[in-house]
Design a binder for this molecule. Structure first.
Ligand code: CO8
Length: 290
């Protein structure tokens, strides 16, 4: 009986959590969201833009926001016009981490039984390239979310950190793994063990971000990059993305084997023929994603 009481108490965590961040309605693609804003950008609407939008709490990631984010990602993934996605936040914060007020009363039992965080890395399943445009704080889950993206562009005032240790916990959605692969053991260990943040410039130097821009032009630059990506063949971009990501999962020999298979596979596409033919005929390729 006592253990049943403990278990039931554990289940209250996620239920209470919705009080601070109400459960999302069910959305059709393109409908209004509560915690994010979505738009199509680029000359022909080839870029899906997702903006995290809980500015009062620095875009703290609550369960409802993650559900909406996943819905928006799926909608852009299914949209044949969209070739790449940009994920951004506000000027002050990309996201200051998972919602601490939501998590405050969670228990081990509730986290374990309800698979807390199970859907928080849905972003990594998206085939279309995703660019994170990070202004302000990218902390804890916010830093982890940025690192799940394929490319990170940072505004010059951005700050990256994994401060979970200061809350008596540790990163839970790839922070210790992706950060270590991106910046190396010493800096990752320092950030994870002290909770100290690094600047956009240091993040660039360490290899966490690929480019740094002024705050006001960051999103525009990310959209420009996404448009460039979207002008290529979607099917071939997906193969390129799969191949680069394999570098994190496989040995060099296995990764090279997969790369070769995917390279051969591009020869099964019409877009590969069109790309090479266009080069020979000295014209711009007209990819049809076939
Ligand atoms: N959760 C909930 N609310 C938050 C969070 C957060 N992570 N961050 C900020 N807020 C709220 C504050 O409570 C405050 O709300 P209110 O006005 O109601 O008091 C509001 O946002 C503004 O924040 P501050 O007043 O603190 O603003 P400052 O400019 O003084 O400070 C900081 C900005 C430094 C970013 C500070 O807010 C801070 O330290 N925030 C917490 C950062 C943090 O510890 N993040 C890690 C959270 S744990 C985590 O992310 C686990 C990851 C699990 C996996 C997720 C996978 C994607």
């Amino acid at each position: 009986m006592a253990s049943l009481r403990v278990l039931l108490r554990g289940f209250r965590g996620p239920l209470l959590a919705w009080a601070g961040c109400s459960a999302p309605r069910s959305f059709a693609a393109g409908a209004n969201f509560e915690y994010i804003v979505t738009e199509k950008k680029g000359e022909n609407g080839t870029v899906g833009l997702i903006r995290l939008n809980r500015p009062k709490v620095l875009n703290a990631l609550c369960g409802g926001l993650i559900m909406e984010l996943n819905q928006a990602l799926d909608a852009f993934e299914d949209d044949p016009a969209v070739g790449a996605i940009v994920l951004t936040g506000g000027d002050k914060a990309f996201a200051a981490g998972a919602d601490i007020k939501e998590m405050q009363n969670y228990t081990f039992q509730s986290c374990y039984y309800h698979n807390f965080l199970a859907r928080w890395d849905h972003l990594t399943q998206v085939k279309k390239p995703v660019i994170a445009a990070v202004n302000g704080y990218a902390l804890g889950g916010g830093c982890e979310l940025a690192m799940m993206c394929d490319i990170i562009y940072a505004g010059e005032k951005a700050q990256f950190g994994q401060p979970e240790i200061l809350l008596g916990t540790i990163p839970g959605s790839g922070g210790t793994q992706r950060l270590t692969r991106a910046v190396g053991k010493s800096l990752a260990m320092e950030m994870v063990l002290t909770g100290d943040r690094i600047s956009a410039q240091d993040a660039k130097q360490a290899g966490l971000v690929s480019k740094v821009f002024p705050v006001e032009t960051l999103v525009e630059e990310a959209i420009r990059c996404a448009e460039k990506i979207a002008s290529n063949s979607k099917i071939v971009s997906a193969m390129a993305k799969e191949s680069v990501n394999a570098a994190f999962e496989m040995t060099l020999a296995e990764g090279n084997k997969l790369e070769k298979k995917l390279f051969y596979s591009t020869f099964a596409t019409e877009d590969r023929r069109e790309g090479m033919t266009a080069f020979v005929e000295k014209r711009k390729a007209n990819f049809r994603d076939q």
